[in-house]
Ligand binder design. Structure first.
Ligand code: PGA
Length: 254
């Protein structure tokens, strides 16, 4: 059985106290209402992480993730945070390759391949994001774009390492726009990704990879999206900033 995950991506939102309050609400609701074996991951800004890890110990279903990590082990990179530092405080996950990092910070597939290696080496589970822009979809190049993001970003991993990652399909045109991919559109891409993984590795590896959908996912549309055969959860931006909405999305797997 593939792991079902709902991950919240808080992005650059909440100051420290607001973040702690939001997280306390999430943990309280999860402990009271989540009855299945699904996993919640909260990806907060860096400065919140250590406190959230401590608080997450009161739940066996809530885990913590960072939103980025540097590709180098350590060194003269002023202002950056390494995977080793993140791991050293008990964080389990890291989002890599989010479209905002690709778009605003120039992160390329080549760089992301290095970040993935360093994250895995430091025992972090990468939530590796891929997805096409609106122009790419309109030009009908979305399958090619997604394939190259996979090939150049993560297909250098051997099967054992690859089996440790989580993939998030996030069409850029659906992120923060209120426009969601239809469940059929999302499933079509998830199925394509799983086929590519099967062709590169084995069917067994493909069958075990958790794949999340991201892009304006909310409590209303999550049931239809998560009902699709190849969608194993969500990467949630805006709706993860409201504890009630985030846990309602998680509850779809109850
Ligand atoms: P959104 O963001 O849910 O606000 O569209 C998703 C994401 O960027 O991960």
């Amino acid at each position: 059985m593939r792991k079902k995950i709902v991950a919240g991506n808080w992005k650059m939102n909440t100051d420290y106290n607001e973040g702690l309050t939001l997280f306390s609400e999430v943990v309280t609701l999860v402990n009271a209402e989540i009855t299945g074996s699904q996993t919640a991951v909260v990806c907060s800004p860096f400065i919140h992480l250590q406190s959230l890890v401590e608080k997450s110990k009161t739940s066996d279903k809530v885990f913590i993730g960072a939103q980025n990590a540097h590709q180098a082990e350590s060194g003269a990179y002023t202002g950056e945070i390494s995977a080793k530092m993140i791991n050293s405080i008990g964080v389990d996950y890291v989002i890599l390759g989010h479209s905002e990092r690709r778009q605003y910070f120039g992160e390329t597939n080549e760089l992301l391949a290095k970040k993935t290696d360093t994250a895995l080496k430091n025992s972090l589970t990468p939530i590796f994001c891929i997805g096409e822009t609106l122009q790419e979809r309109e030009a009908n190049t979305h399958f090619d774009v997604i394939k190259s993001q996979l090939v150049e970003g993560v297909f250098h991993l051997d099967a054992e390492a690859f089996a440790k990652i989580v993939i998030a399909y996030e069409p850029v045109w659906a992120i923060g726009t209120g426009v969601t991919a239809s469940a059929e559109q999302a499933q079509e891409i998830h199925e394509f990704i799983r086929k590519e993984i099967s062709a590169k590795y084995t069917q067994a590896v493909a069958d075990e990879i958790t794949m999340l959908y991201g892009g304006s996912c909310n409590p209303k549309n999550a049931p239809e999206l998560f009902a699709k055969a190849d969608i194993d959860g969500g990467l949630i931006g805006g709706a993860s900033l409201k504890a009630r909405d985030f846990v309602d999305i998680l509850k779809v797997f109850n």
